[in-house]
Design a protein around this ligand. Sequence first.
Ligand SMILES: NC(=O)C1=CN([C@@H]2O[C@H](COP(=O)(O)OP(=O)(O)OC[C@H]3O[C@@H](n4cnc5c(N)ncnc54)[C@H](O)[C@@H]3O)[C@@H](O)[C@H]2O)C=CC1
Ligand SMILES: O=C(CO)COP(=O)(O)O
Length: 316
Amino acid sequence: MVLADAGCDVTLWGRRAELADAVNSTRRNPDYLPDVELPENLRATTDPAEAAAGADFTVLAVPSQTLRDNLAAWSPLLAPGTVLVSLMKGVELGSAMRMSEVIEDVTKVAAERVAVVTGPNLAREIAARQPAAAVVACRDEAVAQRLQRACHTPYFRPYTNTDVVGCELGGAVKNVIGLAVGIADGMGLGDNTKGSLITRGLAETTRLGLAMGADPLTFSGLAGLGDLVATCSSPLSRNHTFGTNLGKGMTLQETIAVTRQTAEGVKSCESVLDLARRHGVDMPITETVVGIVHEGTPPLVALKELMSRSAKPERR
Ligand SMILES: NC(=O)C1=CN([C@@H]2O[C@H](COP(=O)(O)OP(=O)(O)OC[C@H]3O[C@@H](n4cnc5c(N)ncnc54)[C@H](O)[C@@H]3O)[C@@H](O)[C@H]2O)C=CC1
Ligand SMILES: O=C(CO)COP(=O)(O)O
C-alpha cells in the first residue's frame, strides 16, 4: 500500500485465490485489513511469476523461518536486476543468518542489490496512514535512495542508512525485548521495569551489533530505539501481546493457540541467542526470554535470576 501510494505499480502475491480476488474486486483485504481501502495501482495474484515479472523492487514479507523455502521457489522467477527488499524482522534458526544473508545465500545476488526496510512500523497504524518514519538500508547508498524515493509518501518518511547489519539486528532483537516487556506487563509490573528492560535491551542489542560490525549509532535510531519504543508500548505488537499472555500465566501452547499472526521473537529469541554465543556476547534478557518461552522457566523465577546476576558497570 505504501509503495502504491507513493506512485509505484504494485503486484501483491498471496497464497489464497479468494483473498487475491477480493483485493482485486473490492480493493480491500477482508481477512487482515477490512477497513482499509487499497489503492487502484495495487493488484493481487496467486502466481509468483506474475508478481515478480519486470519488478524494479521485489519486496519480501513472509515469516522469517519460511523465507528460505519460499525464495528457493521464487528465485528463478526474479526480474533481472531487481532489488530484493526485506521487511522481515527475524534471524534464521540453525544458520543464525539475518534475512538479507538468507536472500543473498539463496539467490546469489550481490549485497548491493539487497535492501531492508525497518523501524517503528506497526502494520495497522501504517495501514491507517498514520505518520511514521522508517529506515531504508542498503550497502549501496544509491540503491537505498532509489528505494527511499519509491516508498516516500505524505505519511511514510523513510531515511537511508548503509548499516544493514545494525538495522536488521535492531528489528530482530526488538521482538525479543518486546516479548520480555510483554511478560513483565502480564505479570503486573510497572513502567520502571519497562524502562529498564527497554534500555538494557538496547544495551545488549548494541553489544551484539558491535561484535558483528554494526555502527552503534544505528541502535539509537529508528531501527533500534524507535522500533523498541513502538513495540514495547503497543498492544498492536504481536510480540508484546504474546509476552503479555505468557506473563499472565498462559502456557506456550495456549499462547500460540490465541496468536493469529506471526510473533517473530518466539522463534528468533533462540537464533538471536545462538548469534550472541557465536560472537561471545552476553545477552541476559534474551537468555531470560528463551528460558521462559522454550525451557518452561516460570516468569517469576526467571525475573529473580535476571535481577540477581553479579553487579556491573552500566557501560563496559
Ligand atoms: N505486522 C507488522 O506490524 C510488521 C511486520 N513486520 C515483519 O514482516 C514479516 C511478516 O510478518 P507479518 O506480515 O506481520 O505476519 P502475518 O502473520 O501478519 O502475515 C504473514 C503472511 O505470510 C503468510 N504465510 C505464513 N506462512 C507462510 C509460508 N510458509 N509461506 C508463505 N506465506 C506464508 C500468512 O498467510 C500471512 O499472509 C515479519 O518478519 C515481521 O516481523 C515488519 C514490520 C511491521
Ligand atoms: O515490527 C513491528 C513494528 O515495527 C511489528 O511488531 P510485532 O511483530 O510485534 O507486531
